[in-house]
Design a binder for this molecule. Structure first.
Ligand code: NAD
Length: 275
C-alpha cells in the first residue's frame, strides 16, 4: 500500500498518513511502534515530552527498515525554548531516538508568555542547517505567532501541527497555510475520543455506504481534505484498520456533509493558555 506524500515548502516529501504516539506508555512504545511499522506506517510523530523517544528509536532500529524510507518527527518542549536549550534538546532527542537526524522538528507550542518562539525558531533554522532535521515547523501556532515568524525570520514553517477534527476544522489556519505554503498536520484527528464523533450522522452514513468503520471515514476525510494525519491507537487491530483507508473514496456529497459538522469544538488547550 503506497501512502500519498505531500511536498513541503522546502522540497521534502512527507507521507500524508502516519502514526502518533502521544500517551503511548514508554514501556510499551517499542511494541506499539513495531506494530505500526509492521502494518506499513513509515511516518511516526513523537515529542520529547511524550517520554517515549527511546522506545520509538528501539522499534526503528529493530525494524530493519532503511532510514530513508522513514519519516520521523519530534518536538521541542516548552521549557527547552531558547537558543542553547533548543540545541541541547535536539541532541538529546536524537540520542534517545538513536538517529543522526529527524525528518521534521517542531516547536511544540508557541508559549507566548515566554516570548521565546522567535528565538527558538532561529535555533531550529540552525538545527536544520546543521543537518539535524531535514525540515522544520511549528505546532499550535495561531496567525499572530505565524505572522511574527514571517516578519522576523527567514523561514516559512514547513508545517503547522494543530488540533483538527470534524467539529473543529480550523479554517482560518488552513487558509493561512494554503496562502503561505505551510502544510497542515492534524492532531487529535479522531477528536481524542472526547466526544461522540463516530456516532455523528454523516460519518455513520458514509461508514455504512462504504462498508468501513467510522474511524476510517474520519481518516479518509482528513486525507481527502489535504491534511497530514497520524491517528494514535495502542491496539494492533486498530493500528492496522486506521492504515487501511486507501480502498474507498468519500464522494463530494459525503465530504460536504462532514465539512458541515464544523462547530468550533476545541477539545484540547488553547495555544495562548499553554505557557
Ligand atoms: P486521536 O484523535 O488520534 O485519538 C486517539 C484516541 O482514539 C485513542 O483514545 C484511541 O483509542 C482512539 N482510537 C484510535 N483508533 C480508533 C479506532 N479505529 N476506533 C475507535 N477508536 C480509535 O488523538 P491524539 O493521539 O491526541 O492525536 C494523534 C497524534 O497527534 C498524537 O498521538 C500525537 O502524535 C499528536 N498530538 C500532538 C499534539 C500537539 O500539541 N502537537 C497534541 C496532541 C496530539
Amino acid at each position: 500500500m503506497t501512502v500519498p506524500t505531500i511536498q513541503l515548502n522546502d522540497g521534502h516529501q512527507i507521507p500524508q498518513l502516519g502514526f502518533g504516539v502521544f500517551k503511548v506508555d514508554p514501556g510499551e512504545a517499542e511494541r506499539i511502534v513495531s506494530d505500526a511499522l509492521e502494518a506499513g506506517y513509515r511516518h511516526i510523530d513523537t515529542a520529547a515530552i511524550y517520554g517515549n523517544e527511546e522506545g520509538v528509536g528501539r522499534a526503528i532500529a529493530s525494524s530493519g527498515i532503511p532510514r530513508e524510507e522513514l519519516f520521523i518527527t519530534t518536538k521541542l518542549w516548552n521549557g527547552d525554548q531558547g537558543t542553547e536549550s533548543a540545541h541541547r534538546a535536539i541532541d538529546t532527542s536524537l540520542a534517545k531516538l538513536g538517529l543522526d537526524y529527524v525528518d521534521l522538528y517542531l516547536i511544540h507550542w508557541p508559549t507566548p508568555e515566554r516570548d521565546l518562539y522567535v528565538e527558538s525558531w532561529r535555533a531550529l533554522e540552525a538545527i536544520r542547517d546543521a543537518g539535524k532535521s531535514r525540515s522544520i515547523g511549528v505546532s499550535n501556532f495561531l496567525v499572530p505567532h505565524l505572522t511574527r515568524l514571517l516578519a522576523e525570520t527567514d523561514t516559512v514553517p514547513a508545517v503547522n501541527q494543530i488540533e483538527l477534527h470534524p467539529t473543529f476544522q480550523q479554517r482560518e489556519l488552513r487558509t493561512w497555510g494554503a496562502e503561505h505554503g505551510t502544510a497542515i498536520e492534524a492532531w487529535g484527528p479522531l477528536g481524542q475520543g472526547k466526544y461522540d464523533l463516530f456516532g455523528m450522522g454523516p460519518i455513520q452514513a458514509a461508514a455504512e455506504a462504504h462498508g468501513v468503520s467510522p474511524a476510517q471515514v474520519v481518516i479518509r476525510w482528513h486525507l481527502q481534505s489535504g491534511i497530514i494525519v497520524f491517528p494514535k491507537s495502542n491496539s494492533a487491530e486498530r493500528i492496522r484498520s486506521n492504515f487501511d483507508v486507501f480502498g474507498f473514496e468519500l464522494s463530494a456529497d459525503e465530504m460536504a456533509a462532514i465539512d458541515a459538522l464544523d462547530a468550533g469544538n476545541r477539545v484540547g488547550s488553547h495555544p495562548d493558555d499553554v505557557n
